[in-house]
Design a protein around this ligand. Sequence first.
Ligand code: SAH
Length: 464
Amino acid sequence: MQMTPAYVKNQILTLTVDAMGNDGEGIARDHGFPFFVKGVLPGETVVVSVMKVKKTYGYARLVEVLTPSKERREPVCPVAASCGGCQLQHVSYEEQLHYKEQKVLGCLSHIGRIENPEQYMEPIIGMQNPYAYRNKAQYPVGRNKEGRIVTGFYAGRTHQIKENEHCAIQEEGMDEILAIVRSYMEQYDISPYDETSQTGIVRHVLIRKGHHTGQWMVCLVINAKTLPHWEMLVENLKDIPGMTCICINQNRKNTNVILGDHTKLLYGTPVIEDKIGDITYEISPESFYQVNPIQTERLYEVALSYAGLTGKEVVWDLYCGIGTISLFLARKAEKVYGVEIVPQAVKNAERNREKNHLDNVEFYTGAAEEIFPERYAADPAGCRADVVVVDPPRKGCDQKLLETICHMGPERIVYVSCDPATLARDIHYLTTDGKYELKRFRPVDMFPQGVHVECVTLLQRKNT
Ligand code: SAH
């Protein structure tokens, strides 16, 4: 490794932290030269040890905090510093919320080039109890040094499993299920998958809970056709109250993608159900479903209020998943069209429409950036919208999609985003030619203790 001459590895420095970066790490400068340091807070004076130095920045490890920030807290998890799951457990919850607001504001002003974005911001919606909220986890399975089967999470930016038998942000009950899976694997000598040699069977355990229904889904992702002695796993899991779906998913590829293409049911029904507000949703293992059920309801309420529906509107819900937002809006709209790329999710969406007797909704399977422009090109006069909702994955919207929205010219765009940087990029596109203006936005904390932030934004068509 090439070190900048000014620093040597393991050199000890005393620095003051002046900011927090995108991944929650502190930025501390030595005569202007920035070091990224995990687990430190702005305002703190810290002793660090140099790890790696690049041309314009370096990485250093925290050795000691000399003057702690008043926002510093003792993490509730003993593995918080090394586990890649949470990045902000050492930060007070108020400060976490402030950090997330600043992150959105920073992106909107630097990338979105919005002047004084504060004027459009409604305060972030936080949680009353910012722990035990996650309804879904995908635990990698491996062995520890003693050869025992372990489950946990990957340490930050690695594929090393950090053993963890209790995760503070997961809903109660997952630990018990994991303990049963581990002891079944020990008892029947079922090997965990080893990424390096690509041998072994069990790769991940996917667990999902219907927060309001109490229904559990357990899916073992396996590198094999079948799971030996699976009847015994079912036997041991099926009496857990709410156990609704036990399945295996085959993934035999050398990939970071967790789920493979084939899912086989071992016990119960192939889906679980949950409720948001008074709408019931069924969810397959392959489908996306928001991980924080308490905040999801708040998120959708904001989206609904930004949509400003009176009952007469035509709405397109792009990236609709299992139709969550589509159905949430359908009761207040004349017609809703949803577009989603994962076929299983569209199947869920269609059943969810029937289940909730909302027959003014239609779903299309495919890429939003293909279906939406194609439909519009085929019938520019007939294919229209008063409101377009987009809720894309982190990479944001394809430009072709944004172009079509601009041509179609809906009155309002409600942009639900899980990445403020791509949100800001897309807002810049939509506001640049003067067609749309930013009206309001509201961050929602869907991921307490983590660095990600969700944000709902309202853009209004300019009447020029
Ligand atoms: N609005 C939904 C889903 C949001 S997550 C909810 O709140 O539950 C984003 C969704 O976009 C996922 O379901 C994902 O499968 C889907 N997706 C990803 N790329 C897509 C694309 N190019 N076109 C359409 N849908 C896509």
